[in-house]
Design a protein around this ligand. Sequence first.
Ligand code: ZN
Length: 235
Amino acid sequence: MIQCPVCSHQNDDLALLCASCGSYVQERVPTLDFFSMVWMLIEFPGKGLKKIVLAEHKNYVLMIAMFFGISSGFGLFWSAHAGNSYENIIHLIIAASVTGLLIGIPVFLVMAGMSYVILALLGGKGTWRNTYAVVGWALFPFTFATTVLLPIELAAFGLLFFSNNPHPYDVKPVVYAVLIGMDGLLTFWSLMIGAKGLSVAHDVSIAKSILVLAAVSAVVLTLLYLCAQAVLFAS
Ligand SMILES: [Zn+2]
């Protein structure tokens, strides 16, 4: 709760104006600045997510969703061992990027939509716009995995990274374990930001939002994996 500095009325945490006297109870957030937002999500995730919810313009969400798509495209090619069916790494990079660009925004909208509907059914008070914004920003660490780790993965393993014959782990065990471990940590960080974000936006317990996000992620990952298998078998 936020206490009004003028009339002492107790207001909702996400209120901008006092419900009783109409004074400002917290600062307006007209837009989100990319780099300061990224930093805030590292340093004070709770504060950053509240700022995203309060923001009048939900900047960068679709751009993050697009990069999330590219990360997912490479993730799918990796999980399906697509490297076995390519001879040239450039062809795999093009195919994974195109797949990613096609699926990024639709998959993000499905994830945000499912989270919104399930939370609304469970008594969540958040709006669609805020669900869209927190889910979008939560994907940022996951996209970081691609922009920073993927070039290293490609340089260290090339096509082998996406194969299982031989498995990249058998070739360079330490490098592979470190890279996959970092990918895993960034994915975990995305899930934590997403859970915290849904709990802030919908005013529900963190346990509830973790369950919702886990269910949504499981459904989306299963669908994506089945699609990848179908595409690779068809080609
Ligand atoms: Zn007041």
